[in-house]
Design a protein around this ligand. Sequence first.
Ligand code: ZN
Ligand code: ZN
Length: 353
Amino acid sequence: MTRIERLAALLDEPLLVSGPPYVLGGQANVRYLTGLQSSNAAVLVEPDASATLFTDFRYAARARAVPGVTFVETARSLLAAIGEHLSGRRVGFEGAHLPYGGYRTLSDAGVEVVPSAGLVESLRAVKDEFEIAAMRRAAALSDEIFAALAQERFTGRTERELAWWIERSFREAGAEGVSFDSVVASGATGSSPHAVPGDRPMERGVLVTIDAGCVIDGYCSDCTRTFAVGEVSKRLSELHALCLDAQLAGLAATGPGVHGRDADAASRVSIEVAGLGWAYGHGLGHGVGLQIHEAPVLRPESTDVLEPGNVVSVEPGIYLPDEAGVRIEDLVLVTAEGCERLTQFTKELLTVE
Ligand code: ZN
Ligand code: ZN
């Protein structure tokens, strides 16, 4: 079955797929269904699996080449044109993605619009062979870049310099781009999970957390390692060991049929026993694919149930305010037996100079 056919099988009424709003690489749901990378497109999928693709002149040549859909070229004001086209019909829309202004445009044009949630995302959560192959390559490239990074000099260079080194290395090695702004967070800066790289030269004796990923054939990788810059205290190396212990427990718990919240809980045990549960303030992980954050999620409140073909991150962290942070993250594929690590670079505490 095509992706459009699989979506149609979930529908009782037509669904206008328009999201998410523009991100690097195009609107992921539209791209997933049609292959079209665009910042201004929508696809109407009917329960009988017929589909209409709407976009403007800038994307028309490529849209015309999309197989299995009827193409309608619109003016730049996409939703006004779609509103005219669908006036008088009842149509589902993606509640998480259609901006309120767009909702008003459709309803003012006489379209009866009804919200829906997460349908394309639920299909995207289970990767096919092509997607898995792309993600394997993205993860393998991450491994290469982390191995090269571990040979780089850190002392005296700024976080920002190293972040640029990472991004440039990914591009030079053939990636289409980076999957998010690289995180290079040393010393006390590392106590913020999504720190912004700064301008101070790095010192010895600190931990540095590096979180980076690349895009291959539209698919993201995501990997975090924490290095020691020069020799670090016993306390810091023990912090790293504790995080690694939690990460291994998270990996062991990740497999088919497991609830997101249960995998998350498994990764918390050793950190809580050490009295640092409060310092692990985010979830264990998230789905990765066309987007860096997608379904399913591994968090304390997650009701998602993992299944073979899910690709998720497993990334516990410990953050001590004004002192240090550590996070270790693998990208894994959920298999019939458990999970397979796609990122394979060593997780031992490496010392960089
Ligand atoms: Zn990450
Ligand atoms: Zn992540």
